[in-house]
Design a binder for this molecule. Structure first.
Ligand code: ZN
Length: 231
């Protein structure tokens, strides 16, 4: 993507029509996704790749805004993590797949959560406010400024949690997407409980899960949202 297009991404996000904004985010996300793939250590197992990609498409079919599109890939990274780039490019690490024990209902929630960060604009907002990234995007005519950003603060930022409000919002919308696609949303509670147990054993889980909100707070919200209704 030409550098000038990267610069326009920010402007279009703020001033353009919804269609312009989504197209600009897609272009920007695609470039960043290429840089991100180059960082991953080797390819994922084809069965894992098909599992995650297939689930993502099932959930994407339930997204109301048909201008949005999504893809999900498995990457080899050392920690259990998932992240969403603007434009709907989602990555799930192999250790996170292991942590979910490849249960489709848990993975559907994880994917729904990441998709929600894209749908609600959290992923794009955060990047628009990152001064180092904006600087990288403005360096015209030089190869790989985004790659440099990614190797520096970028990866750390992408792997960290959003604000507590955004995380709860993503849990809520993510669980609704999973439910609409036929995956029981309370499966997320099972995943949170496993996280809680690991946390109590002081197993290091990396940045993605160590940030707020705690698994207990997320379980409480799921209980409020999906409490079985009495007849
Ligand atoms: Zn999140």
């Amino acid at each position: 993507m030409p550098a000038v297009q990267k610069v326009r991404w920010g402007w279009n996000s703020l001033l353009g029509s919804e269609d312009d904004r989504i197209r600009a985010e897609k272009g920007f996300g695609r470039t960043l996704a290429m840089e991100f793939r180059a960082k991953a250590e080797g390819h994922a197992d084809p069965a894992d790749a098909a599992l995650v990609s297939g689930l993502c498409q099932q959930l994407a079919a339930r997204v109301k805004n048909k201008l949005l599109s999504f893809s999900a890939e498995v990457v080899r990274l050392p920690e259990p993590t998932a992240l969403a780039l603007p434009g709907g490019f989602i990555f799930v690490s192999l250790p996170l797949l292991d942590l979910c024990q490849r249960y489709t209902d848990e993975l559907a929630f994880v994917l729904g959560h990441e998709m929600a960060h894209v749908i609600r604009g959290h992923a794009a907002d955060r990047m628009l406010h990152d001064s180092a990234l904006n600087l990288a995007a403005r360096v015209a005519g030089r190869a790989g400024p985004l790659g440099t950003w990614l190797r520096g603060t970028g990866l750390q930022m992408l792997a960290s949690a959003y604000s507590q409000d955004c995380e709860f919002e993503a849990d809520e919308l993510g669980s609704r997407l999973a439910d609409a696609a036929g995956y029981p949303p309370l499966a997320s509670v099972r995943l949170f409980q496993r996280l809680e147990a690991l946390h109590q054993n002081q197993t290091p889980l990396g940045q993605y899960f160590s940030s707020h909100p705690t698994p207990a707070e997320r379980i409480a919200q799921m209980g409020r949202l999906w409490r079985p209704r009495s007849a």
